[in-house]
Design a protein around this ligand. Structure first.
Ligand code: G3P
Length: 217
């Protein structure tokens, strides 16, 4: 399973990248706004900076919702760097655009996926990645992980090549469960990635080893 970080914060991207286990970055308009990135030029520059920091796929999201403008915007985003993946919302014109991008050699990430039906449409349109939002499904009282299992089963039976990119991750256990369910990629906040490191017995064991090491230092 590939690890992406789900942020537009450059310090967090650097921290995750320095671990040596990062395969890519996903962003969205809310994450860009959170970093105070304002204006088209600044947004384009921010994506470029991320691409120069991380050698992996970088999702950049369109904010247009009609076919012509999604295509125009996606082409501009794709021209920033060879690693840019154009993130397109799961709407009717989005599906049309994903098919167009796929036919024209531009890679896509179909975002805001909340059902197996939407996942099938994204795969049929030729999306490179498809992002089910696990945490938001859990937040609404449904089971996000159940959806990952269902999509994995459908994609495997049907031989769909679209990669399942589990998004809206809230904690380290989501990452473990996504790996178990056969997600191809998990995009996570830095805290959830670092949370995988933690176990009290590791801390207790290390403290004891270091204490005992003093006896022969
Ligand atoms: O990038 C899309 C997704 O990961 C958003 O997560 O936490 O806003 O539900 P969240």
């Amino acid at each position: 399973m590939k690890f992406f970080i789900d942020t537009a914060n450059l310090a967090q991207i650097k921290e995750a990248n320095d671990l040596g286990i990062l395969d890519g970055v996903t962003t969205n308009p809310s994450l860009m706004a959170k970093e105070g990135v304002k204006g088209n030029d600044a947004v384009m520059q921010h994506y470029k900076t991320i691409c120069e920091m991380v050698d992996g796929d970088i999702s950049a999201e369109v904010i247009s919702t009609d076919f012509e403008n999604i295509i125009a915007e996606g082409k501009k985003l794709a021209a920033i760097h060879k690693n840019i993946v154009v993130k397109v919302p799961m709407i009717k014109d989005g599906i049309k655009a994903i098919k167009w991008f796929s036919d024209n050699g531009i890679r896509t990430n179909c975002t805001l996926v909340f059902s197996a039906g939407q996942a099938i449409l994204a795969a049929k349109a030729g999306a490179t990645y498809m992002s089910p939002f696990i945490g938001r499904i859990d937040d609404s009282g449904w089971d996000g992980m159940e959806l990952i299992h269902q999509i994995r089963q459908i994609y495997s039976i049907q031989g769909f090549k679209t990669e399942i990119l589990a998004a809206s991750i809230r904690n380290p256990n989501h990452i473990i469960k996504c790996a178990e369910a056969g997600a191809d990629v998990c995009t996570c906040p830095l805290d959830s990635i670092l949370g995988l490191l933690k176990h009290p017995l590791t801390d207790i064991g290390l403290a004891k080893f270091l204490e005992d090491a003093q006896k022969f230092a």
